[in-house]
Design a protein around this ligand. Structure first.
Ligand code: AMP
Ligand code: MG
Length: 350
């Protein structure tokens, strides 16, 4: 299949391109588009055959449900059974934005989307290109991240091209995304809401609006075992580059000394070794490839660059990457959640 690639400026959107993309959606095709979190792979959420194409193109397991994207709060009414009180407060506070809420689904939502669950995940994204596409298509758009399942999520169009060119109808290139990590997923169907996936909207921000929220125990676990996550997708191998990733945790000075030692040991075995450092620490390392993931004093930069940096190590054909670790506070919880998964929970404490 030929994949049409079009560049769009989110501050001056070319309506003709949006029309072309929405025609593809209406006809049951697939369009990758930018959101403020990561790039999404979209299809008409009410068209079962179109939705199945998403699973095929990504190689996504069919028991991993999709998020449905809307372009106006009102559009939710036909998709959900009812709107819980806490959900209303969170919608008012954070929509449009990087927050996905889990609702009891209405009959209109096909079970392919929810992987057989009676709940549905809904998000109203802020990115103007995403909103224009959903609006012009006139239907809710089901969209997981636009990557091959298991790989780091795409934060720029070149990542989507690398993974999905030839498998989907169109890619809208809207430049580098803002947040860089997938949306926060919150289940609002119970008495006390629960975060199923941490993201750009942090636990602290949510608590300011509705008080107590729980965190799915699997998020806080430092191992793969023990807990079955409540967001089905969180159990899969995820965010993993080709290279083996090992996180080194502890006092930062010790981390630097230890990583340099580990690098030497691996290089002695003829491996090409990378280090995922930060702006502040990059200069202290000796390795084959040293990349800064961002600024320790501004964790949002780390969130925004994490997936791109993991993919950059693959471009350099690195065999193994040693990564510094970060605080679990605020957006750090989302950063460490993705980093631990990309490392398959390979963590060395020093
Ligand atoms: P992705 O679209 O790749 O960002 O993944 C969507 C995430 O939302 C996955 O982790 C899903 O398991 C989760 N999700 C989607 N729908 C539901 C649902 N109805 N209940 C719980 N988690 C969900
Ligand atoms: Mg994904």
């Amino acid at each position: 299949m030929d994949t049409v690639i079009k560049t769009l400026d989110k501050d001056n959107i070319d309506e003709a391109i949006i029309k072309e993309a929405s025609k593809i959606i209406k006809k049951g095709g697939l369009v990758a588009f930018p959101t403020e979190t990561v790039y999404g792979l979209g299809a008409n959420a009410l068209d079962e055959i179109a939705v199945k194409k998403i699973f095929n193109a990504k190689g996504r397991p069919s028991d991993n449900p999709l998020i449905v994207h809307i372009s106006d709060k009102e559009e939710i009414s036909s998709l959900v059974e009812y709107i819980p009180k806490n959900a209303k407060a969170l919608m008012n506070a954070f929509w449009p934005g990087p927050l996905t809420l889990i609702f009891p689904k209405s009959k209109k939502v096909p079970y392919v989307i929810t992987a057989g669950l009676s709940s549905v995940a809904i998000r109203f994204p802020e990115n103007k290109i995403a909103r224009a596409l959903i609006k012009e298509s006139g239907v809710p758009i089901a969209a997981p991240s636009a990557n091959i399942s298991g790989k780091p999520s795409p934060t720029k169009a070149s990542h989507v091209i690398e993974d999905l060119k030839g498998k989907i109808d169109m890619i809208l290139d809207g430049g580098h995304v803002k947040v860089g990590l997938e949306s926060t997923v919150v289940d609002v169907t119970g008495d006390i809401p629960m975060i199923l996936r941490p993201g750009g909207i942090t636990k602290e921000m949510i608590e300011e609006v509705i008080g107590e929220v729980l965190i799915d125990p699997s998020i806080l676990s430092l191992k793969t075992v023990n807990f079955t996550p409540k967001a089905p997708g969180m159990k899969y191998k995820h965010y993993a580059p080709q290279a083996k990733v090992i996180i080194v945790e502890g006092n930062l000075d010790k981390v630097i000394i230890s990583i340099n030692q580990f690098v030497k040991e691996k290089q002695a075995k003829n491996l090409k070794v990378g280090v995922m450092a930060t702006l502040q620490t990059k200069k202290y390392y000796n390795a084959d490839v040293i990349l800064s993931v961002g600024d320790r004093n501004n964790p949002k930069t780390i969130a925004s660059n994490l997936f791109d940096t993991l993919r950059a190590f693959d471009e350099e054909k690195v065999d193994i990457v040693f990564s510094e670790s970060f605080s679990d506070k605020e957006i750090g919880l989302a950063i460490m959640n993705r980093l631990r998964k990309s490392a398959g929970y390979n963590i060395i404490n020093v």
